[in-house]
Ligand binder design. Structure first.
Ligand SMILES: CC(C)(COP(=O)(O)OP(=O)(O)OC[C@H]1O[C@@H](n2cnc3c(N)ncnc32)[C@H](O)[C@@H]1OP(=O)(O)O)[C@@H](O)C(=O)NCCC(=O)NCCS
Length: 178
């Protein structure tokens, strides 16, 4: 369930903070995903990961591992898990840029969606994506996500305002789609 020929998903552990820290300080990665661009010290990343990822009961975060070299290439999460309303927020970042455009995000998300809908029995996944992140929007659309709304001019990046799109996928649509 958490493995394909090329990748596996495994729970994040404290040793992964080193990889996460590298990606968090890589502006080419963060410019399309992080609303608050900054440089972070290792201590800042360590406390962020401990609070927001490792010790957060409403988040399930998985490192995406390229199996051939046992290399962490990114992270994907179900955040804000709400088991009453059976909703969660989907997040993915491929932090190793040389792995972009090779189908890794799509492969990782197919596994996570299958787990979310067919094991956790979630009813709805939602996400937000910067309107200029066309690659990510295409990826989400191919997986069945629909645009649900627009937060107009919610992001100030490189000196101008950008919309943030809200997208969602229902369990019934996922089963139909796959
Ligand atoms: C956006 C992001 C997650 C996409 O990840 P990715 O692994 O490059 O996505 P995929 O490879 O699955 O899909 C992208 C492209 O590769 C193509 N592709 C899919 N499988 C492929 C394969 N086996 N071989 C080659 N190309 C493939 C897809 O057709 C797609 O092309 P298109 O976008 O031109 O239609 C990644 O670029 C990233 O993490 N960026 C920085 C952070 C970010 O923006 N995160 C998302 C925030 S909402």
């Amino acid at each position: 369930m958490f493995q394909t020929d090329r990748i596996s998903l495994r729970k994040m552990v404290p040793d992964d903070i080193v990889s996460y820290h590298k990606w968090r300080n890589d502006h080419q990665v963060m410019v399309s995903t992080n609303p608050a661009l900054d440089n972070y010290s290792f201590d800042q990343t360590e406390s962020f990961v401990e609070q927001v990822i490792l010790n957060n009961h409403s988040t399930k975060s998985y490192m995406i591992i390229e199996r051939k070299h046992n290399q962490p290439i990114g992270i994907t999460s179900l955040a804000n898990l709400d088991f009453k309303n059976r909703n969660a927020e989907l997040i993915i970042d491929i932090g190793e840029k040389e792995f972009w455009g090779k189908g890794y995000a799509s492969e990782a998300l197919k596994m996570l969606l299958n787990y979310a809908f067919n094991e956790l029995n979630l009813h709805r996944l939602y996400l937000q994506v910067f309107a200029f992140n066309e690659k990510a929007i295409r990826l989400y659309q191919r997986l069945g996500f629909q645009q649900e709304g627009v937060s107009r001019q919610a992001l100030f990046r490189k000196g101008s305002w950008h919309d943030i799109l809200q997208m969602g996928l229902l369990q019934s649509e996922y089963n139909h789609f796959n």
